[in-house]
Design a protein around this ligand. Structure first.
Ligand SMILES: Cc1cc2nc3c(=O)[nH]c(=O)nc-3n(C[C@H](O)[C@H](O)[C@H](O)COP(=O)(O)OP(=O)(O)OC[C@H]3O[C@@H](n4cnc5c(N)ncnc54)[C@H](O)[C@@H]3O)c2cc1C
Length: 258
């Protein structure tokens, strides 16, 4: 098969940054023909020493306009893919499927005033892409980014998040963003304490955001831990909010990571 007929391209790692022993970020070159919408994912491939290739889905952190691709990864102990990925360094090859996938994109919603982006762990990745794209800032009056981690040291991309306001193309919109971190296993200054579901149930999340989570005004994206997504969907359903489908626009869009 010729290279152009293959389903994937071979990209080069430009940078790998460990955050904790089990979290790291990686940046690769980008094939000029690779297109995606903010919030989508790609399938990445690594070749094992035995010669076979393992593929896994990864959300893009970078914006559709960047000339590189950025990803944020967990290291699963003994995980088939991440054991290999975490061994790679600058200059190594990473395979990227040509097609991008996923429905965690703004076109899931036809209306809404406030956008809630609720994430656990690496599930913040697609929201960082969405926030680095222009559309979200024009479409919504308020954007509430919620990032839940177990320990404070797992809070990634803090400089990127706080630096959004300084980007000249966002300057007039920056007041729209509210960032709420929540840390579940320790107290951390400036962060809430507890799981996203607890904070919705006890009203703390809305209090911190200064706005109510309602079917009328809120549109909600959920990404990361499947249990968080199931439990949050259940709570949102009690408030009359349902999944947004192509045939029936709604209030909620989700991406389960496993
Ligand atoms: C649409 C989609 C997008 C994804 N995007 C990302 C991403 O941007 N970053 C990322 O790190 N992973 C992401 N994942 C998960 C990723 O595809 C792999 O599961 C992960 O790389 C682990 O692969 P593995 O072979 O090492 O372990 P696997 O055998 O795939 O997973 C083993 C177990 O590890 C746990 N696990 C897997 N992924 C995670 C995770 N991200 N955080 C916490 N626990 C996890 C689960 O309990 C899972 O059952 C995504 C998954 C999907 C479906």
């Amino acid at each position: 098969m010729t290279a152009s007929a293959e389903k994937f391209t071979r990209q080069t790692l430009l940078d790998v940054q460990p955050l904790t022993p089990s979290l790291f970020t990686l940046r690769t070159t980008r094939d000029p023909g690779f297109r995606f919408r903010a919030g989508q994912f790609a399938r990445l491939g690594v070749t094992k020493p035995c010669g076979s290739t393992v593929w896994r889905a990864y959300s893009m952190v970078s914006s559709p306009y960047d000339d590189f691709l950025e990803f944020f990864s967990i290291v699963v102990p003994g995980g088939e893919f991440t054991s290999e990925l975490s061994r790679l360094g600058e200059g190594d090859a990473l395979l990227v499927e040509r097609q991008s996938f996923g429905f965690l994109t703004l076109d899931r919603f036809v209306d809404g005033r406030d956008l809630w982006l609720l994430s656990t762990g690496t599930g913040i990745a697609p929201f960082l892409s969405i926030l680095q794209d222009f559309e979200v800032w024009e479409r919504f009056e308020r954007i509430i980014l919620v990032y839940s981690v177990r320990e404070a040291r797992e809070l990634a991309y803090q400089a990127l998040i706080s630096g959004l306001a300084a980007r000249d193309y966002l300057a007039e919109y920056a007041h729209k963003l509210q960032f709420i971190a929540t840390v579940t296993r320790e107290e951390h200054p400036g962060a809430l304490s507890g799981r996203i579901t607890q904070l919705i149930e006890n009203g703390e999340l809305e209090q911190a955001a200064g706005v109510a989570l309602t079917a009328e005004h809120s549109r909600v994206m959920l990404c990361g831990n499947p249990q968080m997504i199931d439990d949050t969907r259940h709570l949102l359903k009690q408030r009359g909010m349902h999944l947004s489908l192509s045939r029936r626009p709604g209030h909620v869009a989700v991406e389960n990571y496993w």
